[in-house]
Design a protein around this ligand. Structure first.
Ligand SMILES: *Cc1c(COP(=O)(O)O)cnc(C)c1O
Length: 392
């Protein structure tokens, strides 16, 4: 299996068949497990093997199939699936840190990640330094003897800044810290984040992994030692486990993950080419495009630029709203990674809670629009955007 390519792993890895020989993975919608004898129960509580289950808050066969399948794609030794992306992020940080430790984090974060790091961790006596994630000197300068974790999102939302994962990993490791990467925007398809040097990779499976807008979910991937000795001891007692039903939906999502992400990224790149230089736009942002200031880094660490495109329309909020309201295929939603193409105005939605200064510093302007490109026909998507731009 280790030699299989991504598309093959995503259909077959981790599959477990019951005695009935079902073709599709079964949903083991069970909380608990039974034992033939008291001795069997006793033995399982002393030592349980990989397929010996005790209680679904710790592990469940359907959830395990999902964990093993994504671990095979990511090249991780082990994984633990959670009820949401934020359960994955917070469960990772809470299990790694204690009062008196220090965290260095990129400041360009998803709003809930920023709240966990900049508010909850501080409340619990953990020191936090926020840095410009694209500035390796800033990461190095922020390191302290008690720094235990460096954290970043590989590609920032919505300005699509690219973080040099190998560079940050080197700084973290030199200081005795571990690098945790929220890899949602880069996707497990386009970036080998563990191979670049990250110690732990987390995903909101709500995004590309489900990919069809159904379930919330998350997953944490790393070494067997990290998952078994750090993540699970904390999280099996605090209880963020993924539901077996959700895991089954996510397994089906994984089967088509590469097909969807490759089609979405291809359309995204074509949309970038169609929008670049448009008279009503000031900028079009896409990580691997030659106009992106970090495109060399993006092309080095990613095999494609991802499924999200950002651009700025001239005329601020009024022009941006006009554009959103005139799109027919792109649907207004703050989600991303879906089969359906979605459009967001970050200033009035996802990034509403930032101060004006923080927004200005991050380059999130009133005219900025974020597209999550879906799997519809590329020509239809481009026509929809050009038509809506005409109305602006
Ligand atoms: C959506 C998202 C999360 C949170 O995931 P949920 O599944 O909504 O809890 C975390 N980080 C990034 C980058 C995201 O896009």
């Amino acid at each position: 299996m280790e030699n299989w390519k991504a598309k093959t792993k995503l259909v077959h890895a981790g599959a477990k068949r019951s005695q009935f020989g079902e073709l599709s993975e079964a949903i083991f919608l069970t909380q608990g497990f039974v034992y033939d004898t008291a001795e069997d129960a006793e033995a399982r509580f002393i030592e349980s093997g990989p397929d010996d289950y005790i209680y679904a808050r710790y592990a469940n066969p359907t959830v395990r199939m999902f964990e093993e399948r994504l671990a095979a794609l990511e090249g991780a030794e082990d994984a633990f699936a959670t009820a949401s992306g934020m359960a994955a992020v917070s469960g990772t940080l809470f299990s790694m840190l204690r009062a008196g430790d220090h965290v260095v984090s990129s400041k360009a974060l998803f709003g809930s990640c920023l709240f966990v790091i900049d508010d909850i961790l501080r409340r619990w006596g953990i020191e936090v330094t926020l840095v410009d994630g694209t500035d390796l000197d800033a990461w190095a300068a922020a390191m302290q003897p008690n720094t235990k974790v460096c954290f970043c999102e590989a590609i920032s939302n919505p300005t699509l800044q690219v973080i040099d994962i190998a560079g940050v990993a080197k700084i973290a490791h030199a200081g005795g810290a571990q690098l945790v990467v929220d890899n949602v925007f880069a996707t497990p398809v386009f970036q080998r984040t563990l191979e670049l040097g990250a110690d732990v990779v987390v995903y909101s499976a709500t995004k590309h992994i489900d990919g069809q807008g159904r379930c919330l979910g998350g997953i944490v991937l790393g070494t067997k030692e990290f998952i078994q000795d750090t993540f699970i001891p904390f999280n099996k007692h605090t209880g963020p486990a993924m539901s077996p039903f959700t895991a089954w939906v996510m397994l089906k999502g994984l089967e088509t993950l590469v097909l969807r992400c490759e089609a979405q990224a291809k359309s995204a790149a074509a949309i970038v080419d169609a929008l670049k230089g448009h008279a009503k736009l000031t900028t079009v942002i896409y990580p691997t495009d030659e106009t992106h200031p970090q495109h060399e880094l993006a092309n080095r660490q990613m095999s494609a630029g991802g499924t999200v495109v950002a651009f700025e329309v001239k005329g601020g909020k009024a022009a941006a709203f006009k554009l959103l309201n005139n799109l027919e295929i792109f649907t207004i939603s703050n989600n991303l990674g879906d089969a359906k193409s979605l459009v967001t105005h970050p200033v009035t939605t996802t990034h509403k809670n930032l101060t004006d200064e923080a927004r200005a510093e991050a380059g999130i302007t009133d005219g900025m629009i974020r597209l999550s490109v879906g799997i519809e026909d590329t020509d239809d998507l481009i026509a929809d955007l050009l038509n809506a731009l005409k109305q602006v």
